[in-house]
Design a protein around this ligand. Structure first.
Ligand SMILES: Nc1ncnc2c1ncn2[C@@H]1O[C@H](COP(=O)(O)OP(=O)(O)OP(=O)(O)O)[C@@H](O)[C@H]1O
Ligand code: SF4
Ligand SMILES: [Mg+2]
Length: 358
């Protein structure tokens, strides 16, 4: 239902001391999100995750590539027509504290979009009884007690409750896709699992597709179960495939770095004694004709300085293989962009299938 082809976004920044700089926030990102499916994007701070989420919801423009929603290429449309498609894609932001208007009760927050939606549908749902009933339905769906929550203001709710209200508000317009951008990173740890479980639940119960943006491998595995995982480095996807394939059999040294930064959880990952580690601090200004990860890569060879690796299927290049060696072809094929894939150091081991959790 969403197809992104070669999405590119570049910013020009002007600083008094740094002069004009070009920031490549996204460099040719491709993915397909099927109906009811999930695609997760993982990467460190500044790699372009939020920029991608904003582009997918129409909050940000892109300067290269194509975005196709329900078979329609959006850049060919006028802004008003485009808005209709973007309404089907709702974003849940990182910060539930600033996402809600502090001066409005939850009833008012949900009431406006519900009345608008009812008018659009042309039914009788715009009447006070009908939209209030729908508000109660949505609050119950996201695990809140409607009568207790509706009269409250955001500051009277906990972070987890606010994020649930934000999700309920996103559901008021009957979206087909939710983009969850670090949706639990600002919430108390004790409430994270509940929100992640809710996102998983919405996928299975309502058939909503999910784009899950995170820097945390374990949550990507929990929520994006059965979907694809794309690893982004400096705006470029350097490894992708089915979530379990990438996590259990990481090929790109950057993916291995991300995995080695994860504490060993329920036997999910086992970093070897010679785990990969960044060798130099990231300097975004260094642009190279070779591999973007080369300044930090312990396995770089001469070729890495001059040749820019592109995504290739795992196995067709002598790469090490593991539990998730891709068998099929197509969107979920395990691919990586590394010239020396056999130099793996972090080994994924599976101890008890399905034991992963955040
Ligand atoms: N409006 C903007 N103007 C200039 N540069 C921008 C703008 N928005 C994003 N960037 C730059 O684009 C890059 C990607 O930013 P983005 O916010 O998408 O990263 P992110 O992966 O979401 O990071 P984080 O994990 O910290 O949220 C960064 O280098 C950022 O500084
Ligand atoms: S292509 Fe070379 S520099 Fe880039 S990740 Fe692979 S080994 Fe490292
Ligand atoms: Mg972000």
């Amino acid at each position: 239902m969403i197809e992104a082809r070669g999405i590119t976004r570049t910013y020009q920044t002007h600083g008094q001391f740094t002069g004009t700089r070009t920031v490549h926030a996204l460099r040719g990102v491709d993915f397909t999100l099927p109906e009811g499916g999930a695609v997760s994007f993982i990467g460190e701070s500044g790699c372009g995750k939020t920029t991608l989420g904003k582009i997918l919801t129409g909050l940000e423009t892109f300067d290269g590539g194509e975005l196709v929603v329900d078979g329609v290429e959006l850049s060919a449309l006028k802004p008003r027509q485009r808005a209709k498609y973007f309404r089907r894609i709702q974003m849940i932001h990182q910060d539930p504290y600033s996402a809600l208007n502090p001066t409005r009760t939850i009833e008012a927050t949900l009431g406006d979009p519900l009345r608008m939606r009812a008018r659009e549908k042309g039914g009788t749902g715009a009447g006070p009884g009908a939209w209030r009933e729908r508000a109660c339905e949505l609050l119950t769906l996201v695990g809140l007690e409607p009568e207790a929550v509706l009269p409250k203001y955001p500051h009277q709710l906990s972070g987890g409750q606010r994020q649930r209200v934000v999700i309920a508000r996103a559901l008021t317009v009957d979206p087909q896709v939710l983009i969850a951008d670090e949706a639990v990173s600002m919430i108390d740890v004790s409430m994270r699992l509940g929100i992640l479980g809710l996102l998983r639940d919405l996928r299975s119960r309502l058939g909503i597709s999910l784009v899950f943006i995170t820097h945390d491998v374990a949550t990507a595995r929990y929520v994006g179960d059965g979907g694809e995982l794309h690893v982004i480095y400096r705006g470029e996807v350097v490894e992708r495939g089915l979530t379990d394939d990438v996590i259990l059999s990481p090929v790109h040294p950057y993916t291995q770095c991300l995995l080695s930064a994860v504490p060993i959880m329920r036997g999910l990952e086992e970093p070897g004694p010679d785990r990969t580690a960044p060798t130099r601090a990231l300097d975004e200004r260094t642009d190279t004709p070779g591999c973007l990860f080369e300044p930090r890569c312990p396995f770089a060879t001469d070729e890495c300085f001059t040749t820019h690796p592109t995504l290739v299927p795992l196995g067709g290049d002598g790469a090490g293989v593991g539990a998730g060696e891709a068998e099929g072809v197509g969107a979920a094929e395990h691919q990586h962009a590394c010239l020396n894939p056999a130099a793996r150091r972090v080994v994924g081991v599976e101890v008890g299938a399905g034991a992963a959790g955040p």
